[in-house]
Design a protein around this ligand. Structure first.
Ligand code: ZN
Length: 392
């Protein structure tokens, strides 16, 4: 069931000052005007190279909402190109995102009812679009054209698509496109926000790839402005949840501490709290008692590492999951060499180091059976650990 706050947030007009600012900056973007082809005419002469490293300053599209009209903007080989586009139009790939892109009619919250058969999860993509595509292709989640082919399965991304790597835009569009395609097939893509999403939306640039600083400069926006509420990516990002429970499994980026159990007992309330705070500066969310706990670095659901750094013993994790009525908690954020099972299967750590751009893994949960999906397409069992990882 969509979150009750979703409709009102979806329809929420951007603030007047924000709109004025957006109009002012958009008016200053100098771009070569393109025609983008009619809906359904999106074809490419040469097949897209998803895994190739992008040339310097190839990026896009960004879809900016300017007084009710959508403008698509790319930077291709350093040149800013733009075109007016319409909702539900399909854009041919130009540079940046390598597949045809269907402009969504509007952004929606995640679709619920869960029937429980097949879940595939991945985390901490950090701009490594090529690796993400290779992993999803190797396991038949997407086809050669980047289209959903996992039927009624659910793909869960436990945060940190942003920062570090140079293909964040491409990864975001892929997830957004897959979400729409999955829904048509009875499946779903759940993109949960991690600490790097909240940082990006709040304008915290500590880990941003320098490419996006340059892109923002060329498009006369701040880096956070590339994902503001007046963009198609932004209107989608600002609706994403942080916590997701599917059956007896809780997914989130960092973790729930024993002191924060109620945050996981009121998933919709916690997700609404995050949504309300997105895009605000760190000082403001920490000064507000309603959001301070959500961003407290030591215990925050998007920053916590306590299951994997020795803070919690296996019996404490057992008590915590029992109280929440969970078989397991699936987290990203703390990098392991491979997807691993800790605390007697109660914690599954799925940040498999994709950020380094060399390898990565998927987690599969099928009728309660867990397995790892490797880059070469093999499926293998999880390595079981009685407690936390050995510290090196
Ligand atoms: Zn993280």
């Amino acid at each position: 069931m969509p979150h009750p706050a979703s409709r009102s947030q979806r329809d929420r007009p951007i603030g007047r000052a924000e709109a004025r600012r957006a109009r002012r900056v958009m008016a200053m973007v100098v771009c070569a005007l393109l025609s983008v082809g009619l809906p359904g005419q999106a074809t490419l002469a040469t097949p897209p190279q998803a895994a190739a490293q992008p040339a310097p300053l190839d990026d896009g599209p960004y879809l900016f909402n300017e007084q009710g009209k959508l403008q698509a903007v790319w930077i291709c080989r350093g040149e800013v190109l733009c075109a007016p586009v319409a909702r539900q139009q399909t854009l041919a790939p130009r540079c940046g995102y390598p597949y045809p892109l269907a402009v969504p009619a509007f952004a929606v919250a995640d679709a619920m009812p869960y029937h429980g058969e097949r879940i595939v999860a991945v985390s901490d993509i950090h701009g490594q679009f090529g690796l993400l595509v290779r992993l999803l292709r190797a396991h038949g989640v997407i086809d050669q054209q980047g289209r959903w082919r996992a039927g009624d399965a659910r793909l869960v991304v436990t945060g940190d698509v942003f920062d570090r790597g140079a293909q964040v835009t491409e990864a975001l569009w892929l997830l957004l496109q897959l979400q729409a395609q999955a829904r048509k097939a009875g499946g779903e893509v759940h993109y949960l926000l991690g600490n790097h999403e909240t940082m990006a939306l709040a304008g915290d640039l500590r880990y941003v790839n320098p490419k996006y600083v340059e892109v923002a400069k060329r498009l006369k926006r701040s880096v956070a402005g590339l994902y503001a509420r007046d963009t198609v990516i932004g209107e989608w990002l600002y609706l994403r949840p942080v916590l997701l429970k599917l059956g007896d499994t809780l997914f989130l980026h960092g973790g729930i501490t024993p002191e924060n159990l109620e945050l996981a007992l009121d998933i919709e309330g916690t997700n609404a709290g995050y949504r309300a705070s997105l895009g605000q500066p760190k000082d403001a969310v920490r000064a507000n008692p309603a959001s301070a706990r959500l961003y407290d670095g030591k215990r925050s659901p998007i920053w916590y590492r306590g299951y994997l750094d020795g803070q919690l013993k296996p019996e404490e994790v057992r008590t915590l999951t029992d109280r929440l009525g969970l078989a397991r908690i699936v987290v990203g954020h703390t990098t392991q060499k491979q997807v691993g099972s800790f605390h007697d299967g109660r914690v599954i750590a799925i940040d498999s180091g994709i950020k380094d751009g060399e390898s990565g893994e998927l987690l599969f949960i099928e009728n309660g059976e867990l397995s790892r999906g490797l880059l070469d397409g093999r499926r293998v069992p999880l390595v079981q650990h009685a407690g936390a990882p050995e510290r090196e």
